[in-house]
Design a protein around this ligand. Structure first.
Ligand code: NI
Length: 136
């Protein structure tokens, strides 16, 4: 019997979508306004879902307090009020699209969670645009 426990989180961050090996014109054609050289911000929302067996002793799949602390230390402290391109090492050579951000978030949380827990992360870049990664 597997149960999924989810926790929502939030961070604000700036980014610019571009490839340094492409011309400005090509970046502009592919990334549009997201290629603004002066960056732009998003209010990112996050849902982190952890699936596993209920521990018969505690009745928990995962202690939500521990999950909350991991999200704070690994994601919010690293990304909130940061320029993703400039301040976050994972995006030094990786375009900070929602797709790439959700994979980075997944990998950082997967590294600290107990290995028997399944993880899925959904990242909202806007209320209407969101991406999900479950490690496949
Ligand atoms: Ni953007």
């Amino acid at each position: 019997m597997k149960v999924t426990v989810s926790r929502k989180a939030h961070f604000n961050a700036a980014h610019r979508l571009y490839r340094p090996d492409w011309s400005f014109e090509k970046n502009d054609a592919i990334f549009g306004k997201c290629n603004n050289p002066n960056f732009h911000g998003h209010n990112y929302d996050l849902t982190v879902s952890v699936t596993g067996e209920i521990d018969p002793e505690t009745g928990y799949v995962v202690d939500v307090k521990i999950l909350k602390d991991f999200i704070k230390s690994e994601i919010e402290d690293a990304f909130d009020h940061k320029n993703l391109n400039v301040d976050v090492p994972e995006f030094k050579n990786l375009n900070p699209t929602a797709e790439n951000i959700v994979v980075v978030i997944f990998d950082k949380l997967k590294a600290v969670l107990e290995s028997n827990l399944e993880l899925s992360v959904t990242l909202y870049e806007t209320p209407r645009n969101f991406v999900t990664y479950s490690g496949d």
